[in-house]
Write a protein that binds this ligand. Structure first.
Ligand SMILES: Cc1cc2nc3c(=O)[nH]c(=O)nc-3n(C[C@H](O)[C@H](O)[C@H](O)COP(=O)(O)OP(=O)(O)OC[C@H]3O[C@@H](n4cnc5c(N)ncnc54)[C@H](O)[C@@H]3O)c2cc1C
Length: 506
């Protein structure tokens, strides 16, 4: 029995905006959105800086946004996709405003911020909690559509594929007690990123790369998995179990990175100083920390207007102040952390994957926009553009599946084993040490060996959500390593030490 017409896995910006468009295009179809945690457990909820779009074509231009994106992507972007996304951006922003997102305005004009790698002020934002505002608006809009059903705490543990055809037919879902199949005509994968593959990440705990791993398991092509973006500035604290991000927009506002000697070191690495692209800033920080044997560098705001900082970045200001840091008197300790997966499930320009009836959008997808390195604030935009295009594609070509869906009885979930957590921690350590900001060929080979040994000891056929997450993290880690070993030169966020001199990179 078919349980819904369109199944959406993930309730971040990609999943919810796709569900909304589908609900409006197909009044008679049922759209089911599943989320493994609560709505706020997503990268979207955490997004601070904003969304890049050319809203003022006198002070800015599509050509400049395209050029900045291509430059960050370091030769690996698909130029046609970049142009398409950049040109679609203003319409998607107006749509968000129509749905109820209140971007910041100044003197009745959009207040546009500037971030690393952007040549112009073009970031629309809601103070420093843009993602939270966008997510809340999308959730409310979805709740108002009678043909959308939202289910939190429903964890997809496998994608289902037809035995006869290369076709996705639904997913195996756990509601904590049981696992049962949900069948659909089309499945949208919107499961977000995989920051949890690393020990230090800006991503929440749900970001275990489930969609990427599950898609791989049913034969979908992955692309550019080597390209993991490290954000240069998460707050460094003694505990650091949940690193807090200090948005790039803070450097756009004028904050300066300094090393332990107080030097504004970034100009030694790039003429754009603290506003160079993330890959360059992260590597520079890595070298400074290594040379000075310190666990962090510093972000200096002491020369800036404290009240204006508080007005523009209320969440960051509150978080830092609660830790007792006075930004007008002392510097903020920061360090890099795994932040964004540029690679993922390969899609075409409408979000179609290599498996029929399986679409992908958002951070789990590799669309060709980011290439070797994502330009700041292009990712919420990418999700909005591709989710809209995928829904448009279905509007034009929806065909009910001919698959006969067999009823399977729910299976009981099994208890967690402490060893799963231990394996997860070990994988995160290996990835951080050997497959992080600076990689070596030898380190990659060693990491591959260790990860393969872990793959071999993971228990097979056990129905447990934590175990599935470990399997997914291991699968993603392995794909990152394999794709890293295939790279022949340093590019964007990807860096192998042996290639350093050849490429004359940092
Ligand atoms: C701290 C931080 C700040 C950021 N700031 C910005 C910014 O300013 N601008 C910008 O453009 N980008 C920013 N990003 C990146 C951006 O937020 C993400 O790329 C984007 O939100 C991804 O959206 P998504 O819908 O693809 O995934 P997410 O928002 O992560 O949503 C994924 C969803 O999938 C669900 N899910 C995952 N696995 C399963 C499963 N097995 N079963 C069921 N559900 C599942 C999750 O529960 C979640 O609901 C930031 C990211 C972080 C972490």
């Amino acid at each position: 029995m078919r349980n819904c017409d369109i199944l959406v896995i993930g309730s971040g910006v990609a999943g919810l905006s796709f569900a909304l468009h589908c609900a409006d295009f197909f009044k008679d179809k049922k759209i089911l959105v599943l989320s493994k945690g609560r709505f706020e457990d997503s990268n979207t909820f955490c997004a601070q800086g904003g969304i890049a779009a050319v809203m003022d074509r006198i002070k800015d231009s599509y050509e400049q946004h395209i050029e900045d994106t291509l430059r960050a992507g370091d030769g690996l972007c698909n130029p046609e996709i970049v142009e398409m996304v950049v040109r679609d951006a203003p319409v998607r922003m107006l749509e968000l405003m129509d749905w109820g997102v209140e971007f910041d305005f100044e003197n009745s004009e959009l207040e546009l911020a500037k971030e690393g790698g952007h040549s112009k002020h073009r970031i629309l934002h809601c103070k420093d909690h843009t993602g939270t505002n966008v997510l809340n608006v999308l959730v409310e809009q979805c709740k108002s559509r009678s043909n959308i059903e939202l289910r939190e705490n429903h964890h997809v543990i496998e994608l289902l594929k037809s035995d006869e055809k290369n076709e996705c037919i639904g997913a195996l879902v756990s509601d904590e007690l049981h696992a049962y199949p949900i069948y659909a005509d089309y499945v949208m994968l919107a499961t977000g990123g995989a920051g949890q593959v690393y020990a230090c990440t800006s991503n929440p705990e749900v970001a275990t790369g489930d969609g990427i791993a599950m898609a791989k398991k049913i034969g979908a092509h992955l692309h550019n998995m080597a390209f993991v973006q490290f954000h240069p500035t998460v707050l460094h604290t003694a505990q650091n179990n949940k690193p807090f991000l200090i948005s790039e927009a803070v450097r756009g506002f004028g904050a300066i990175l300094r090393n332990a000697a107080g030097e504004d070191f970034m100009y030694r690495y790039d003429p754009r100083g603290s506003l160079a692209t993330r890959d360059i800033v992260s590597r520079a920080i890595f070298y400074e920390m290594k040379n000075e044997q310190t666990p962090n560098v510093w972000l200096d705001l002491r020369h800036l207007d404290k009240n204006e900082f508080e007005r523009k970045f209320p969440s960051i200001y509150a978080h830092i102040s609660n830790l007792g840091i006075e930004v007008d008197k002392e510097m903020i300790p920061v360090k890099p952390a795994a932040h964004y997966f540029c690679g993922g499930v390969q899609t075409d320009s409408y979000g179609q994957t290599s498996v029929s009836r399986l679409l992908a959008s958002g951070e789990c997808a590799a669309t060709g926009l980011h290439g070797a390195n994502r330009l700041a604030s292009n990712s919420l935009l990418e999700a909005l553009v591709f989710s809209h295009r995928a829904a448009k594609l279905l509007r034009q070509s929806f065909v009910a599946s001919e698959q006969s869906f067999s009823d399977i009885s729910p299976v009981m979930m099994e208890p967690c084993d402490v060893r799963y957590k231990e394996i997860m921690t070990r994988v995160q350590e290996i990835m951080t040490e050997q497959v992080g900001i600076i990689r070596t060929k030898n380190g990659l080979e060693k990491a591959k060996d260790s990860i393969e040994r872990m793959m071999a000891i993971l228990p097979a056929n056990k129905m447990n959500v934590e175990l599935k997450e470990v399997e997914n993290v291991v699968t993603v880690a392995h794909s990152v390593i394999e794709n890293s070993l295939q790279q022949e030169k340093n590019c964007g966020g990807f860096f192998i030490k042996e290639y350093e001199l050849e490429n004359n990179h940092l």
